[in-house]
Structures are given as C-alpha cells and as structure tokens.
Design a protein around this ligand. Structure first.
Ligand SMILES: CC(C)(COP(=O)(O)OP(=O)(O)OC[C@H]1O[C@@H](n2cnc3c(N)ncnc32)[C@H](O)[C@@H]1OP(=O)(O)O)[C@@H](O)C(=O)NCCC(=O)NCCS
Length: 481
C-alpha cells in the first residue's frame, strides 16, 4: 500500500513541478498562465480514469480516523511516511537551497522567505528573486491595515481569552470584507471567476496575519497596546516579529535582544513559518479548511474553522505541551544530561497512560525533517543555546525518547515530530506565553490550505460529502448478528 502511494505521489509531483517556470511577475498573472493546462489534466483524469481504484476502505479505517484511506485531492504538498514532507515535490533541504530569501539579509545562516514558499505552493515553480520580491511587497501592502470592525473587535476581546479563540474570531470577522462572499451574495459571480476573488481573499487573509497575531500578543502581554510597527517595505515574518516586540528597530524590543539575537529571531520566524505551511491535506486544520470551503464558504470562514482544528492538543497545541513538559522534567531531574533520570521520568509518564508530547505521528514513520531543520537552527548557533537547559534537554531527549517508546511498543512512530523543537526555541528568545505558540503555527499554516482553496475554485471541485455508516451497517459488513 505504502509503495503504491509513493508511486502516486511521485507521479503527481512530476506533473506539478514543471521545467519551465511561469513568467508572470505577480501571482495572479503567473496562475493565469498555468490554469488552462492544469484544468485540462484534471478534466482528462475525470473523463477517462474516474473508475480507476485508489485502494480499499476497511472497517478498521472507518472506525480508525480514516487512516490509510486515500480519498482527498490535494495539490501542493505530499507526505511520505519515510522521507517526510515535500513541497511541490521538493524536500525541506531543497527548498532551503532554492527558494529566495530576503535580498537585504546578509547573514550566512539566513532562512528563505515564506513568501517564496507560498509562490512555490501556488504555482509549482521556484519563484525568481523578482517574483518573490513582488509577492513580498504585495502581501505587505495588503496587510498594512486590517478591517476597522475586526480591529475594534480584537481590541475588545477579553485579555484572558485563549489566543486561538481570538485568532479564529478575528479571521471569521474578516468575512465581512470577503470579495468572494460579497459578489456571491449579489449574484454577480460566474463559476469561472470564483478563483480570482478567492485568491484576493486568500492573499488578504495571509497578509492580515502579522497584524492579527500582533494584536493577540499585545492583548495578552501589553493590555492591548501595540508592541511594534508594521513596515510596508519589510517581509511578512519581519512584520510578525516586530509586532510581537521582537526586533531592535520598529518595536519596543520587549526582551532587550541584541542586534544578532533579533536578526536570528526573524530568521527563526522565517524558518518556522516557511516549513509549517502545509503537511498534505488530511491533517485536521487543512482538511477542515477544505471541507468548510467545499460548501463555498469564503476563505475567512474556512480558515477560521481550520484554526479551531489546529487548537486541538493532538494537533497544533502539542508545541505548548512540549515546552511545559521540558520545563517540568528539568525541574524534577538533577541535570539535563542525566540519562537514567530522563528514562525513569519517561517510563513514569507512560505507565500513567500519558503520551510523550512531541513524539509520534499519524503518517510519518521516521524523525520529522521539520524537527531536523529546527534542531539545525539551534546547532548552527552554539553560543546562543549552550546555556539553555531546556534546549539541551530537547536535544538529548530526541536520542533517549525513541528508544524508550520502542521498548514501550505501542507508538507506531517513536521519533520526534516538529513540535518537540519549535516551541522551546521561541521560548528561548522570550515568547514564553505558551498558549500563544499555536497562533504562530496558525500564521504559517494559512498558506497551504489557502493555496488549496484557490485551486479548489479553479478546478470547480464539488462539496465534500462522504457516506457514513451506522453500527448496524458495520455489523452487517462484518457478518455479526
Ligand atoms: C501524533 C499522534 C496524535 C498520532 O496518533 P496516532 O496516529 O493514533 O499514533 P499511533 O498509531 O502511533 O498510536 C498507537 C498507540 O500509541 C500511542 N502513542 C502514540 N504516540 C505516543 C506518544 N508520543 N507517547 C505515548 N504513546 C503514544 C497512542 O496513544 C496509541 O495508544 P492506544 O492504542 O492505547 O490508543 C500521537 O503520536 C500523539 O499523541 N503524540 C503526542 C502528541 C504530539 O506530539 N502531537 C503533535 C503531532 S504533529
């Protein structure tokens, strides 16, 4: 089954990552170049191959969270159980080598721009420096202001409301400004134009996330007063960072970061948000966005629902669980290098029927390459991290926990997932309000599901409506009386 899936994935990758890149200077014109051929491909598949079998659905899959059930069409990323995530067929390492970074950034350890990744997801092409710069400018220009009503609403939210609830409310409220919803309501939209208004909304949504996340963070730590300024001439991750008060210029520099630390923080933000954009379609946040969008919900309502899904502890919230877990473990063991004590701590946890946060995955069966990328970020800055007990414990744990989980024998994937490293790095630089970590994840995750929603409209995909089975149907299938 896995090898069949892999060959499916490879074939799709071959089709979507083409040799000749689209030449349009902006995303809309680049997409216009690509659409006719892509639509033709899907039309051909639908017309000539609709009866081809993808796999068998078992009772185990029906009652087991639809595992192994390949029944979603997802354009831009695929997850290989062994190799991890591929963005339009490219590994994280390939993306790091190929995707344009900020042209102003001269640090050798710089990260690529998430804007470049968004271009890759949407088109299947590595953007030129100019295309990446144009999209960066476009997002900054769209994100300079958020709608008045959304702003007012965010200012009046209870300061102690869960940050993910604040984000979902802010995004849902932006549906008032949805071009797609407005035109649809007026009956002024033809099906072939759906995608253009969806693209507009999708870009406005992604562009608004620095301001929304900054607003939420200032609600939590600064009684709603701004921590930094939005710069139209800077990139998306820089603006997220400065609105969190984490840059030396354009913000209050809440943590008194040095120039080098602040620069590293912006690069951490670019790396984190660049690799969390998507993890193929079946994960809860992506699938929810797609499902809600399939009823022609606009991008704001669709992604607000996805954010609600991301807020679950088995999904996006795991990063905060890991940070709590590392801090608690460090307070109970005599040293972060004490292997015996770490092992004992893990067994105590497992014996009390709790999970080891940051380990395991529904699809992956090897260490998550996103975890490796985050770990490499820390390893490339030894002086910064050598005195951080929590980061050290995270590194040591990644060697000990897989062995313990293998002996325990339940977990299908005993290796670290991305959440075991991400939160603790943000914590190191001073973002210590753990409930907030998932908001940063939510900024990044917008890019994959929004890409898919645009392509859903281009392809004219129908409303999702799987058939459900009740207990009697299951018993009858299983020949039970
Ligand atoms: C991610 C996760 C939800 C995947 O769940 P899944 O697909 O059901 O995982 P598996 O098929 O490996 O689960 C089989 C068993 O191993 C257990 N297991 C899985 N990961 C485990 C972990 N990290 N620690 C302890 N037990 C674990 C499951 O709870 C399950 O036990 P059960 O049979 O008693 O119900 C799960 O690994 C988990 O809870 N991890 C910790 C939370 C986390 O890091 N989430 C972030 C994901 S990116």
């Amino acid at each position: 089954m896995i090898s069949a899936l892999r060959s499916l994935t490879t074939k799709r990758t071959f089709h979507t990552t083409r040799c000749v890149a689209s030449s349009g200077p902006d995303l809309r014109s680049a997409l216009k170049e690509l659409i006719p051929a892509r639509k033709q491909e899907l039309l051909e598949i639908k017309k000539n191959h609709s009866d081809v079998k993808v796999g068998d659905i078992t009772v185990g899959s029906v009652i087991g969270g639809m595992r192994g059930n390949s029944s979603m069409f997802w354009q831009s990323t695929s997850l290989d159980p062994e190799e991890g995530i591929r963005f339009q067929g490219k590994t994280i390492q390939e993306c790091q080598a190929l995707l344009p970074s900020d042209p102003e950034e001269h640090d050798a350890k710089k990260s690529f721009l998430p804007e470049s990744m968004l271009w890759l997801l949407m088109t299947g092409d590595i953007p030129s420096e100019t295309q990446a710069a144009n999209l960066t400018r476009e997002l900054a220009s769209r994100g300079r202001t958020i709608p008045k009503n959304t702003n007012k609403l965010m200012e009046n939210l209870p300061r102690d409301m869960h940050p993910m609830t604040q984000l979902a409310i802010g995004l849902a409220s932006m549906n008032q400004s949805s071009q797609f919803a407005k035109r649809y309501e007026q009956g002024a939209l033809s099906k072939t134009d759906y995608w253009e208004y969806t693209l507009d909304d999708a870009l406005n949504l992604i562009a608004a996330l620095p301001a929304l996340s900054g607003k939420i963070y200032s609600n939590i730590v600064n009684d709603g007063k701004p921590l930094g300024e939005f710069r139209e001439d800077r990139d998306w991750s820089y603006n997220i960072s400065s609105l969190l008060g984490m840059t030396t210029k354009d913000s209050c520099n809440r943590q008194n970061l040095s120039e080098e630390q602040a620069n590293d923080f912006v690069n951490l933000m670019r790396l984190y948000t660049g690799i969390h954009v998507d993890h193929e379609g079946g994960n809860v946040s992506a699938h929810t966005t797609h499902l809600v969008g399939s009823a022609l919900g606009d991008p704001f309502l669709s992604y607000s629902s996805g954010i609600m899904g991301l807020a679950g502890p088995l999904h996006g919230l795991a990063a905060q669980e890991v940070v709590r877990f590392l801090i608690e473990m460090n307070s109970e063991i005599s040293s972060e290098t004490s292997t015996d004590e770490i092992e004992k701590y893990l067994w105590k946890l497992l014996d009390s029927k709790r999970v080891v946060p940051g380990y395991g995955h529904a699809v992956l069966r090897k260490p998550d390459p996103r975890f490796t990328a985050m770990l490499e970020f820390a390893e490339a800055r030894p002086q910064e991290f050598e005195k951080d007990k929590n980061v050290k414990l995270m590194q040591i744990l990644s060697k000990i926990a897989p062995e313990v989980l293998k002996k325990h024998g339940k977990t299908k994937n005993p290796y670290p997932n991305v959440d075991s490293a991400s939160g603790i790095l943000f914590y190191h630089y001073g973002i210590q309000e753990m409930l907030f970590f998932t908001v940063i994840f939510g900024c990044s995750r917008s890019m994959g599901p929004m890409t898919q929603l645009v392509w859903d409209r281009i392809f004219g995909l129908p409303i999702e409506r799987p058939k459900s089975l009740d207990m009697n149907a299951l018993k009858s299938l299983c020949h039970m009386s």
